[in-house]
Ligand binder design. Structure first.
Ligand code: NAD
Ligand code: WQD
Length: 336
């Protein structure tokens, strides 16, 4: 079995990817010190896989510890790098923390991969690198240096680093995946998103409100130039996203030449905040109280992905719907 190192593999997207990797016949090894996740994720993965995942609880910035991991699991087939901080708000307050962890951990991983002659890397990027694109749907060719937050800038820096590296590393195969808005949970209800504190993101806030943890969802603005006035996003089921990582590894195996490619991962469809609330009500049968508040600083009005390249080159497309994702997110919330 091909061993894949999965940094951040106990996190929201990483845990679902570990499950899909194992189902596809890979041998995932998690590297995660659980700074933004916890043992519940590890237990949930074990429940779904029918065995405990292998996990090293270390900081990915620790070069010696990373070297020991790669040594222990040699030969390593490839790596998927999820480990990063991801809060836009926190990154504005503490930018250095974001550059240090997000860019720093990638540098350590790349040095470790070089030392162990590991060429294949899948990197977690974000649609945030586009800022507010001029044309919709947004293609991978759109300018990707427009991120408005330090978090987004850290992803831009990582992408630049990977492109520079591809020029000098003859054996490097790199796939950068720009996720749009990942939502949902595993249909089993054993893994899902575990927001620390009050969630900033829409779907965990909706499910927590449905569970009675908040009085109401505040819709941040209905005065945008969108069909119903609320913001529009490309929500994508986390299980579809996880499958794309498996496909990225397979695709790299099929390619002979070195490569450095970027793909959008979304459903290719814009859904507004008000539509998401309506779909949640329809799928869950729960009426979530909501009211309209002011715009949230830094929000863009609308973004959704052109997914032609992912479909035609990578051979991946989303199979699940926003309704599936909201049903699974609600199931997970109820189990929590
Ligand atoms: P998450 O916080 O749930 O998972 C990240 C995991 O990495 C956590 O388990 C955390 O403990 C771990 N981690 C962070 N820094 C570490 C370090 N130095 N050493 C060891 N472990 C460390 O986040 P997620 O939502 O699963 O996101 C995964 C990746 O996808 C991140 O790179 C994020 O920037 C990117 N991304 C996320 C979204 C989203 O909306 N969730 C969207 C686009 C891109
Ligand atoms: C979606 C919409 C809110 C909460 C973020 C990051 C982005 C990427 C994905 C990592 C917006 C509205 C939200 C609420 C609301 N992450 N909203 N009431 O901002 O599109 O993207 O996650 O790379 O970088 O910025 O996602 O879920 O926070 O918001 O009305 O209580 O829901 O204003 O229009 P966002 P989100």
């Amino acid at each position: 079995m091909s061993t894949v190192i999965v940094t951040g593999g106990a996190g929201f997207i990483g845990s679902h990817t570990v499950v899909e990797l194992a189902a596809a016949g890979y041998d995932p090894v998690i590297v995660d010190d659980l700074r933004n996740s916890d043992e519940r994720a590890v237990r949930g993965i074990a429940h779904i896989m029918g065995r405990g995942p292998r996990i090293h609880r270390i900081d990915c910035n620790d070069a010696e510890a990373m070297d020991r991991v790669f040594r222990a699991h040699a030969p390593v087939h490839g790596a998927i790098h999820f480990a990063a901080y991801k809060s836009v708000n926190e990154s504005v307050a503490e930018p250095e923390k974001y550059f240090a962890n997000n860019v720093g951990s990638l540098k350590v991983l790349l040095a470790t991969m070089d030392a162990h002659h590991v060429g294949r890397l899948v990197f977690s990027s974000s649609c945030t690198v586009y800022g507010q694109p001029a044309h919709m749907p947004v293609t991978e060719e759109a300018p990707a240096h427009n991120a408005s937050s330090p978090y987004g800038q850290s992803k831009v820096q990582c992408e630049d680093l990977l492109r520079d590296r591809a020029r000098t590393h003859a054996a490097a195969k790199t796939v950068m995946l720009r996720y749009f808005n990942p939502i949902g949970a595993h249909p089993s209800g054993h893994i899902g998103e575990l927001p620390l504190g009050v969630p900033q993101n829409l779907v965990p806030y909706i499910t927590q409100t449905a569970a009675g943890m908040h009085e109401r969802v505040v819709v941040h603005g209905t005065d945008y130039g969108t069909p119903d006035g609320s913001c529009v996003r490309d929500f994508i089921h986390v299980v579809d996203l996880a499958r794309a990582h498996v496909r990225a590894l397979e695709w790299m195996e099929e390619q002979r030449a070195p490569l450095c490619e970027v793909f959008n991962l979304g459903m290719g469809r814009g859904v507004s905040v008000l539509e998401a609330l309506k779909t949640f009500r329809e799928t869950s049968g729960v009426e979530v109280p909501w009211s309209v508040g002011p715009r949230r600083p830094g929000d863009i009005a609308a973004i959704w992905a052109d997914t032609s390249k992912s479909r035609e080159v990578l051979g991946w497309a989303a199979r699940l719907t926003v309704s599936d994702a909201l049903r699974d997110a609600w199931h997970w919330q109820q189990r929590l």
